[in-house]
Ligand binder design. Structure first.
Ligand code: GUN
Ligand code: ZN
Length: 446
């Protein structure tokens, strides 16, 4: 193992969970002259005051990043590949938005040429936003999922995704059968699962569009592909919840439509859960299943305000998702800010969130939800060097804000209030630099 580079930086991360009452305020770690020695296989092998790390690595080139702020790579636990081009439709609730905006666009991914273009746009958008790890809702078309994964691999992104499956209610080109769903999913998983930084996610769209036989086929795939994830939607919108209750009269509740098939476990991520019952929260906690909270999507679709306090009280793990394209963009910072707003608006029912909570939800909590807590999520020794450098263009709002911040906490608050893609100057995944100066660039992963 050699150490080709030592990074010198002003850096934030959240190795301790700020939601844990035992974690001291302000709930994040900040170092204004940090050294990180990163090995040639992308692992942080030494972390400490820069002077100590430099002394332990004489002659090693130093990359001085102190003109910006270094953060762990952002983690997006729910983002839809085929929806890049439908971001920004306003004024519709979930089921109308699906019918009028999302699903017609998703039909277009049946064309491999179109899907290849969308894959390029999607992967470039993730990187531009500083998202290094993501759980991606794939396409209903297996060739489109292959194209997405090939593009993710070209940049060495940490992506978990899979074939989206449904057998009712959606437009006909998006429908499949249990047998086909099973065969195509296994084919994709055999080509991609465990290859570099890519993993497979078993992905029924939601119980509303997936019958019991399709959910059973999903369970078979989950069983056969060791280490695969499970993801879907739950309890997003009141009309959706009522429809699912009518479709599954023999299930205890919406969560049980999945749990009945054994689909919930520690590598399961359910998107939204805006309207859970206490019984559902108890099931999710018992299975150690995570919830992807998608604040801008919940606001844009008027789905409701996420009951964070109830999730935490029940012991359900929560991380952030952009939910592009119902969500209003790829920036996990924007999700963090919206998360803060919404909890504030809930008053006594809300959970007051500080900058440390927002950073944790955007990084380490996401890594934990995706089963990657030992690999990424903060900048501790032993973790992969997945990181973003924020270096706002001179004279822009974040640049001015950071220059006049009077504490590390106020600077981190300004990051969530003001940071956008233009401020994401450099991005690394596993030590490989995948964006520089705001431009994305392919890498050959080690
Ligand atoms: N539920 C089922 N499909 C979708 C989707 O594409 N977006 C959102 N937000 N919810 C869904
Ligand atoms: Zn979604």
């Amino acid at each position: 193992m050699s150490v080709p580079v030592v990074y010198r930086a002003r850096a934030y991360d959240t190795p301790d969970d700020p939601f844990d009452p035992a974690t001291a305020a302000p709930g994040f770690r900040y170092d204004d002259d940090l050294g990180l020695a990163v090995s040639d296989d992308g692992v942080i092998v030494m972390r400490g005051p820069y002077a100590a790390v430099a002394a332990a690595h004489p002659g090693t080139p130093v990359l001085d990043l102190r003109a910006g702020l270094l953060l762990p790579g952002l983690v997006d636990t729910h983002v839809h590949f085929p929806q890049v081009r439908v971001i920004g439709a306003l004024g519709m609730p979930l089921l109308e938005w699906l019918e009028r905006c999302a699903l017609p666009e998703e039909v277009h991914l049946g064309s491999p040429d179109y899907a290849a273009t969308i894959a390029e746009e999607f992967v470039a958008s993730l990187i531009a936003a500083g998202t290094t790890t993501s759980l991606v809702f794939g396409s209903h078309f297996a060739p489109a999922v292959d194209l997405l994964l090939a593009e993710a691999e070209r940049y060495g992104l940490r992506v978990t995704t899979g074939l989206v499956v449904s057998d009712r209610i959606l437009p006909e080109p998006l429908l499949t059968t249990p047998d086909r769903a099973y065969a195509e999913a296994l084919g994709l998983a055999s080509r991609w699962h465990g290859r570099g930084r890519i993993r497979y996610a078993v992905t029924p769209r939601f119980a509303l569009s997936a019958s019991d036989p399709v959910l059973a086929a999903c369970a078979s795939v989950l069983d056969e592909v060791g280490g695969s994830l499970f993801t879907t939607h739950v309890n997003e919108n009141s009309a959706e919840v009522a429809t699912v209750a009518g479709q599954f009269p023999h299930r205890d509740h919406y969560v049980d439509t999945y749990d009945h098939h054994g689909l919930l476990g520690p590598l399961s991520v359910l998107a939204h859960d805006v309207h859970p019952t206490d019984a559902e929260l108890d099931v999710m906690a018992a299975r150690r299943t995570s919830v992807s909270w998608c604040p801008t999507s919940n606001s844009a679709l008027g789905s409701g305000i996420f009951p964070l306090r109830r999730h935490l009280a029940a012991g359900v793990r929560v991380a952030l998702g952009s939910d592009v394209g119902a969500g209003t963009g790829f920036s996990v910072f924007k999700e963090g800010l919206q998360a803060y707003f919404l909890q504030h608006l809930l008053g006594d029912d809300g959970m007051p969130l500080g900058a440390g909570h927002l950073l944790h939800l955007s990084t380490a909590a996401g890594a934990a939800a995706l089963g990657l807590a030992d690999t990424v999520g903060d900048l501790s020794e032993g973790k992969q060097f997945d990181a973003v450098l924020l270096r706002p263009p001179p004279g822009t709002a974040l640049d001015l804000g950071l220059r006049h911040a009077d504490s590390p906490e106020s600077a981190l608050g300004k990051v969530f209030a003001l940071a956008g893609d233009a401020d994401v100057a450099e991005v690394w995944v596993g030590g490989d630099q995948v964006a520089s100066g705001g431009f994305v660039r392919p890498v050959t992963p080690r």
